[in-house]
Ligand binder design. Sequence first.
Ligand SMILES: NC(=O)c1ccc[n+]([C@@H]2O[C@H](COP(=O)([O-])OP(=O)(O)OC[C@H]3O[C@@H](n4cnc5c(N)ncnc54)[C@H](O)[C@@H]3O)[C@@H](O)[C@H]2O)c1
Length: 463
Amino acid sequence: MKICCIGAGYVGGPTMAMIAKQCPDIDVHVVDINAQRIAAWNSEELPVYEPGLDEVVREARGRNLRFSTDVDGAIAAADMIFISVNTPTKTFGMGAGRAANLEYVEKCARQIARVSTGHKIVVEKSTLPVRTAEAVKRILSSNEHQATFDVLSNPEFLAEGTAIRDLLHPDRVLIGGESSAAIEALVDIYARWVPRERILTTNLWSSELSKLTANAFLAQRVSSINSISALCEATEADVDEVARAIGTDSRIGPKFLKASVGFGGSCFQKDILNLVYLCEYFGLHEVAEYWEQVIKMNDYQKRRFARRIVTTMFNTVSDKKIAIWGWAFKKDTNDTRESAAIYVCRDLLEERARLHIYDPRVSKDQIIRDLQQVMLTQDGELPPKKAELIDNNVVVEPDCYAAAEQAHAIAVLTEWDVFKQLDFRRVYHSMQQPSFVFDGRNILDHAALREIGFEVYAIGKGG
Ligand SMILES: NC(=O)c1ccc[n+]([C@@H]2O[C@H](COP(=O)([O-])OP(=O)(O)OC[C@H]3O[C@@H](n4cnc5c(N)ncnc54)[C@H](O)[C@@H]3O)[C@@H](O)[C@H]2O)c1
């Protein structure tokens, strides 16, 4: 059995490494057009940071796991081809800002059609709008070599930061398809390590739609608790106490009730926008509006946090130094896509704050790229004034202490565990007075910080 995976990103890399680890007899070839990324997968410094990933890759790489840029060769040799390419929100034309850009998926389907002979199983691993498989099937069927295909949908539910644990012990694996033989072939792979009762099989369309729905429900919980956090701040209720009180209700459950500066990541926003677009396409305007509110609430939460920093610091942060702790969209990943930090820092920069940023896993280049990207005009240009602002007002620091030195305030934007274990007396004495802490993740010991002398603002904490 030979597997090929097109796309060596946050999903393709870890999922294929896990399959290769669990199935030493299956040859797994991961390919990408990004040669730099492939070189990193073949090095000691993997392009994706995930706890436990190094060990899994080290065990299988060179045995039955390969990374290369030979897309044609890998497709031609494979019995089963996973499509794990990116499906970002469209930025142009019809559906811009909402619909998924399926250009990369379509290019993969065309390449598979061009290169394949015999029979192959094509697996959609990327998150796709419902009914994409129909288009994929049509493209595949128009090949010139009489090749035949079965198309399956097998969306990935891993969460970044816990990808290896999620892949080892998934709540469920979902496989949608029409051919029972093809479904069985994929079930047999997962069944090597996932209990059979956790492998759900459905029709193609339910599988495609379930992934969008799962992300919409998860993001909705975050926006729901964040909306309540604003009310807590106005009423002296405590959002963590409210979350505990409602989370013990078994119908609600305790997970995903942590209030914060807002959700980020490459998926939640993109997938909800995609859902909104689909609903509008099918004339379901009320349904579209309902889900769009989840995104609006998230934008509000990020803006509200930045505004709170400004108003608390006597209505001006101009020329004030603010330490930014954390840039990744969540802890235990180096992924910064749609990170709340990007938007909060953009707003603070617009107010002329001086930002000193530290993240344990994100490089200076990435931070600067993210800021440049968020300041682009609609035409995709970086105005010289914005470029100057980034050059003059942003410093990337080697640790939390350096970032906080002589700062007026600290803003915690990612919940990295290391931020909880610092010498806060040392931090306090190195800062300007009064010293503010804005805890956008509610991870610090606020009472202890106040004891030291900090003025603390936390999400959803009145008073
Ligand atoms: N990141 C997550 O946590 C997560 C979780 C579940 C599902 N997903 C979905 O999985 C898909 C991939 O996400 P990701 O985060 O891994 O994206 P990514 O951007 O990290 O990786 C995608 C890779 O595909 C490559 N690629 C694009 N077109 C190609 C082509 N024609 N040939 C070869 N390579 C090509 C890109 O170079 C890139 O390296 C998306 O649809 C996403 O929604 C992501």
